[in-house]
Design a binder for this molecule. Sequence first.
Ligand SMILES: [Zn+2]
Length: 184
Amino acid sequence: MKSVKSVVENLEVRRLERKNLWAPWRIKYIQGLNESGDCFICYNQQNPQDDDKNLVLWRTDKSIVILNRFPYNNGHLLIAPARHIPDFDKATDEELLEMLKLVRESQKALSMAIKPHGFNVGMNFGRCAGAGLPEHLHIHIVPRWDGDTNFINVCSDTDVISQSLTELLESLKQISKEYNLPAL
Ligand SMILES: [Zn+2]
């Protein structure tokens, strides 16, 4: 049974989400993204010299794996095809297979680095479904722990997060080297 505290916390998250969804500045930001055609995945893809700064973990034949700069939880990874395509319809079988294999490899690396108790693996298609970047297909891997709290707590201190992201990237890269990940 859910504790009163967790019910209150959930209500608080929903309240904040509603506030964000309808905040005029956010709508402008979203429209701005559409107009400029900015795609941070393509930007990262095209700038390998900045991989550390851009939190790129792996580059494979057809894909790229990035630490989410705005994580729902510690260790939130994004797996995307190198090509700028919006959905499964436009992906080749090879791309689909590689992305799924990268889900497996990401779980391996995260399990060793931060020992989650579980994972949420998911995708959002379209803004209305919660996609922040609907034009470029990507899979979210979100590590979970028993009793972990909502992402509002995690994101409340940007400096702590960006520091831990850098440390986490280093740790994941070290593990990748040691265990030859990703093994595709
Ligand atoms: Zn793109």
